[in-house]
Design a binder for this molecule. Structure first.
Ligand SMILES: Cc1cc2nc3c(=O)[nH]c(=O)nc-3n(C[C@H](O)[C@H](O)[C@H](O)COP(=O)(O)OP(=O)(O)OC[C@H]3O[C@@H](n4cnc5c(N)ncnc54)[C@H](O)[C@@H]3O)c2cc1C
Length: 388
């Protein structure tokens, strides 16, 4: 495809990675965001996100993450400071690991694909990861390849790299509507009434997307999920090798979290049904949320039962109806491309998102793009839950 002009709406991880990749391919790219960039309320702007290849029996996402890790390592090497930390991830089960269970199926698929997860009995868990109550989680495995990313820092880095290569980043500019000529989208109108034209408009506004483009509301919606930061005193006890990125019976309970930072910050989150609300509604966690987090500590991580809370946050997912991302041309509005639907698990694929989105814009084949194509809402064969 010859060089085109592209407006990218939204500077989260979907938008910033798309802008960078399209610019690398020679396109003229303008990246818009209400800012300040990275936006404090963006899902991508956080201290950490899990990087894991464990997706139960779903080989597609494992393969996508295998490819992503190769690029993460290259990015990390080029940044001078490491922004991803491959601490390993402990996947704990609430009972014996059995076929059909998330931990069992993830472990088997990892082994089948030649990876070397370490399987843990209750006895071995107590020895190696003593903070955990093995009465609650008697079996699990460690995937040494997994870890976490300093997600807000990563997005800032992608934007700065984009700027260096010539992406025109416009903070303080918000998309209001598409600019149309017949069915074709030929640009955007901003909330200030300014009209900007381009060959392609990519809307990558995360949980704001269905509010900005209401015809998408049938496919995706914004859902708030609670995230808490607590303070730990004995930092070493909650850092590698004693304590690593973790998920505890994630497919049933939704609990997952991270090792403590050097300043004692301990981040934990729960992937549950969430609170369906518009992205711009007040972001308050439910009144009983702290109690639920403390109850989890009492049973699973008793040493943290009284850890002081530092802060909490309602972070917005852009959930699609089936939990797969949404990266495609709008079939009814040529010129418009949608790149969103992170559904609570999109960040880890950051290095793959730009190339997938750019291939879709350019009409090139991409071995991963089919899963994220435009699709009508249908029957779900399995309950959707992809767990951060
Ligand atoms: C609690 C929580 C935990 C998560 N944990 C993980 C995890 O551990 N691992 C993982 O892989 N993923 C995780 N995710 C998912 C991941 O964070 C998201 O999939 C990803 O960050 C979404 O990126 P995005 O670019 O689509 O959206 P965002 O990061 O939200 O960016 C959207 C951007 O659009 C901009 N915007 C809004 N309105 C406008 C407008 N009118 N005009 C222009 N721009 C606009 C916003 O300012 C924002 O910068 C988690 C998500 C949440 C909420």
């Amino acid at each position: 495809m010859s060089s085109s002009s592209v407006i990218v709406v939204g500077a989260g991880v979907f938008g910033s990675s798309a802008a960078l990749e399209l610019r690398k391919r020679g396109h003229e790219v303008v990246l818009l965001d209400p800012g300040p960039i990275p936006h404090i309320l963006a899902s991508s702007t956080d201290i950490s996100k899990v990087l894991r290849m464990d997706y139960g029996a779903d080989q597609f996402y494992m393969e996508l993450m295998e490819a992503a890790f190769e690029r993460w390592d290259a990015w990390n090497g080029s940044w001078g400071v490491p922004l991803i930390h491959r601490t390993g991830m402990l996947m704990l089960a609430a009972g014996p690991m059995v076929p059909g269970g998330f931990e069992h199926d993830s472990l088997k698929l990892l082994q089948k694909r030649g990876h070397r997860p370490e399987h843990f009995s209750a006895e071995l868990l107590t020895e190696r990861f003593p903070a955990w109550n093995v009465q609650e989680y008697p079996e699990g495995y460690l995937n040494p390849l997994d870890g976490w990313a300093e997600s807000g820092e990563v997005v800032a880095r992608l934007i700065s790299q984009g700027k260096t290569l010539g992406v025109e980043v416009r903070g303080g500019v918000a998309f209001a509507s598409t600019l149309d000529e017949g069915a074709r989208v030929v640009g955007v109108r901003t909330t200030e009434g300014v009209e900007l034209k381009a060959d392609y408009v990519i809307v990558a506004a995360g949980s704001w997307t269905p509010g900005l483009l209401p015809h998408l509301e049938q496919f995706m919606w914004a859902v708030g999920q609670p995230v808490f930061h607590f303070r730990v005193d004995d930092v070493e006890a909650y850092q590698p090798p004693n304590f690593v990125t973790w998920a505890a019976d994630i497919s049933n309970s939704g609990w997952y979290g991270f090792p403590a930072l050097d300043d004692g910050t301990f981040k934990i989150a729960n992937h549950g049904r969430g609170k369906r609300q518009p992205a711009d509604a007040p972001r308050t966690v439910e009144a009983d949320a702290e109690g639920k987090f403390r109850a989890f500590f009492r049973s699973a991580l008793p040493g943290l039962a009284d850890a002081p809370m530092i802060s909490n946050r309602l972070c917005m997912y852009c959930d699609t109806w089936d939990g797969d991302f949404w990266i495609d041309h709008d079939p009814d509005r040529p010129g418009l491309v949608i790149a969103t639907g992170g559904s609570g698990h999109g960040f880890k694929f950051a290095p793959m998102l730009g190339p997938i989105i750019a291939d879709v814009v350019e009409g090139k084949s991409n071995r991963f793009a089919h899963r994220f194509r435009w699709r009508v809402r249908g029957e779900l064969k399995t309950e959707y839950a992809r767990y951060s």
